[in-house]
Write a protein that binds this ligand. Structure first.
Ligand code: MTE
Length: 317
């Protein structure tokens, strides 16, 4: 996704993966030099893209996991969309390292009993973590397979006790231009906001992730807490969440606000409905040369199609 300004949205200037990969080679080389330099000076180093130690061990693997082999950690953590750190795919890995992910709070608001501000670790404490290997499909037609570490969003929602008027759930990313330099530019209407219908949010596949590949989430992948909705385009999977609000009416998500003719509220992966400026029929998995067919609901149709019975998914894109 790439935008110039709010009135001139353009996701067409996507960094082609081949261009990206050659640029990454360059960055890897300079990064190791920077690391050496930083180590020599005893100062902070460019570690955003470096694998962290395994933190989560012996996690149960969710039966919702795909059997497809995951992508490499190195690819998933260096080819990112996180506009708060810049619009280039390599920018988040380079610039998100300084984001302070503790202390971190989650504000709960709206049509729900347990409103309040929670320290993240208290917020998550009641729930057991598990590993879930999911397909992930970006609207820009690249995809990946990732072993996330997280908890079912439905368990968290149940714990918060939404009222009968809670028909939608809205999520908001941190807004702090001092830590997120991309927010100094007017490329999106900050903070980043996303939303789900309550039955989508409480579907067993929806995940709140805190890690991937057995490690704490790298900042560029949305630390310390992000959403993963595997049957929807990647932009629904909002990163670095600080607020969860329960609403009676549908929230306006950031991309709907920016380009309503291009990005709808539902954003279900649908190979039959093209983006106005490109086809969605195929996707290229990170690290692979040949494209493959995109599947309806990103391969999760058996589990989620019934959520949309009777809806015209061409209109409700
Ligand atoms: N969340 C925030 N706050 N800001 C963003 O720019 N980009 C979205 C989504 N969540 C984005 C975000 C898009 S377009 C995609 S494809 C995924 O994050 C990318 O997730 P990844 O970088 O972990 O692959």
């Amino acid at each position: 996704m790439l935008v110039k300004n709010k009135s001139d949205i353009s996701m067409s200037e996507i960094t082609a993966e081949s261009v990206f990969l050659s640029r990454r080679k360059f960055i890897e080389n300079t990064a190791s030099l920077t690391l050496l330099g930083a180590a020599a000076m005893g100062g902070a180093s460019l570690v955003a893209a470096a694998p962290q130690d395994k933190t989560f061990t012996n996690l149960p693997r969710s039966p919702f996991s795909t059997a497809i082999p995951p992508n490499r950690f190195e690819d998933v953590s260096t080819y990112n969309n996180f506009y708060e750190f810049g619009t280039a795919k390599e920018a988040p890995a380079l610039y998100a390292g300084g984001l302070r992910t503790r202390p971190w709070t989650v504000q709960v608001e709206g049509e729900v009993k347990k409103t309040g501000q929670y320290a993240l670790d208290d917020f998550l404490k009641p729930y057991a973590l598990e590993e879930r290997i999911y397909r992930f499909r970006c609207v820009e037609a690249w995809s990946m397979v990732v072993p996330w570490v997280g908890i079912a969003l439905r368990d968290v929602i149940k714990g918060l006790q939404p009222g009968s008027r809670a028909k939608y759930v809205e999520f908001t990313t941190l807004h702090d231009p001092t830590q997120m330099p991309g927010q100094k530019r007017n490329v999106l209407d900050w903070p980043y906001v996303e939303g789900l219908r309550i039955d989508e949010a409480t579907h067993p596949l929806a995940l709140l992730a805190v890690g991937m590949y057995g490690r704490v989430l790298p900042n560029q992948n949305g630390a310390p807490l992000r959403l993963i909705v595997p049957w929807k385009y990647g932009f629904k999977s909002i990163k670095s969440i600080v607020k969860i609000r329960f609403l009676e009416d549908p929230p306006v998500s950031t991309w709907m606000w920016s380009a309503p003719s291009e990005y709808g509220f539902y954003a279900n992966v649908n190979p039959d409905v093209d983006h106005p400026r490109w086809s969605q029929a195929k996707e290229r998995r990170l690290g692979e040369i040949f494209k493959q067919k995109t599947l309806p609901f990103n391969g999760y149709a058996d589990q989620v199609a019934s959520l949309y019975t009777g809806m015209d998914l061409r209109k409700n894109f």
